[in-house]
Write a protein that binds this ligand. Structure first.
Ligand SMILES: N[C@@H](CCC(=O)N[C@@H](CS)C(=O)NCC(=O)O)C(=O)O
Length: 315
């Protein structure tokens, strides 16, 4: 039975960013609960938790809501040290690799996938993504760009192959950093997974030139982990309502900006889906910003955002 301490992931099966977190949960062998959310708006059981953030996934632990996979990985490591993924050599580097995988490489994956199977995408999905990005979801343009994007995609996959090859030659292990898999591997896993789900032949073709990456990918995919407990959106909202956010001392002492605990601020992603979440500042530092929010359905919650990739403004 899920409780205020449970890890609750709000996600949908085909979401690549969610797969990153599902992989980390499997590698850490953690118990978790799963709430399936829609892949397009509206998301009536998610928005009361986040205050407007609509991206996927969202992680909930009681009355604490974590937006963005980069922060979720940090939080899971903080709360559950075993099995450790923030291994020596992975700190900092995993965020750098994540920033590449989440933006540049991910955009290339999107172009390859929708340039190949764009005709099969339902109109509602295209309309939703056009609205979210502010750009038309143009299948014809994506089809025309697909051959160029496939070159770009494979070139990035080959960075992984190079890294693994160097490790093998130096005898330092067959993971991206050393002899055990950690956060850097988790960050790099998402794009091959996303491509495999949608254009498996293309991934297989790329693996012909990247046998070490294929083996690395299969070893990561083999983690079984625990079956999640399935929760409804309403059950997750009840858990948020019945639990208090984790108590933390308010602080913004290291801020570059004039924002102090208790002041009204708004936060939004800096790329697309720029829905501003408003709240009272609890903590702001170089790693994260925490907003206290009240919503009739969930009462008091704390919403956590990473600083990188998120805009903050005073209200
Ligand atoms: N920086 C975010 C990106 C998340 C993201 O873009 N997720 C995609 C799906 S995998 C998304 O939100 N799509 C729109 C949606 O699901 O509503 C993160 O790391 O969590």
């Amino acid at each position: 039975m899920a409780t205020a301490q449970s890890i609750i992931l709000h996600h949908y099966p085909r979401s690549p960013f969610s797969e990153k977190i599902r992989l980390a949960l499997k590698m850490k062998n953690l118990a978790w609960a799963s709430v399936e959310i829609p892949s397009i708006m509206p998301k009536p059981d998610l928005i009361p938790l986040t205050g407007g953030y609509r991206r996927t996934p969202v992680l909930q632990i009681g009355g604490d809501i974590f937006c963005d996979t980069s922060l979720m990985l940090i939080e899971l490591e903080k709360r559950h040290k075993i099995s450790m993924l923030a291994l020596p050599g992975h700190e900092g580097l995993s965020s750098m690799v994540g920033a590449w995988a989440d933006y540049k490489w991910f955009q290339t994956s999107v172009a390859v996938i929708f340039g190949t199977i764009g005709d099969q995408v339902p109109q509602e999905f295209k309309d939703d993504r056009s609205k979210m990005s502010g750009r038309p979801f143009n299948v014809e343009a994506m089809k025309a760009a697909a051959p160029f994007m496939k070159d770009q995609w494979r070139a990035q996959l080959m960075w992984i192959e190079t890294r693994l090859d160097m490790g093998r030659q130096a005898g330092t292990g067959d993971w991206l950093v050393g002899t055990k898999p950690g956060l850097v591997d988790v960050q790099a896993f998402m794009n091959p997974w996303f491509v495999e789900q949608n254009v498996p032949d293309f991934l297989a073709r790329c693996f012909e030139d990247a046998p070490l990456t294929q083996s690395w990918y299969q070893r990561l995919k083999a983690y079984a982990g625990q079956e999640p407990e399935v929760l409804s959106g309403a059950e997750a909202l009840d858990i948020a309502r019945d639990s208090a956010p984790y108590l933390k001392a308010a602080s913004s002492s290291a801020e570059l900006r004039d924002i102090v605990p208790g002041s009204r601020v708004a936060v939004a992603p800096d790329d697309y889906g720029q829905d501003w979440v408003e709240g009272d500042l609890v903590i702001a530092n170089a790693e994260r910003i925490i907003l206290a929010r009240y919503d009739d359905r969930v009462e008091n919650v704390h919403v956590h955002f990473p600083r990188t990739g998120y805009l903050v403004r005073s209200l």
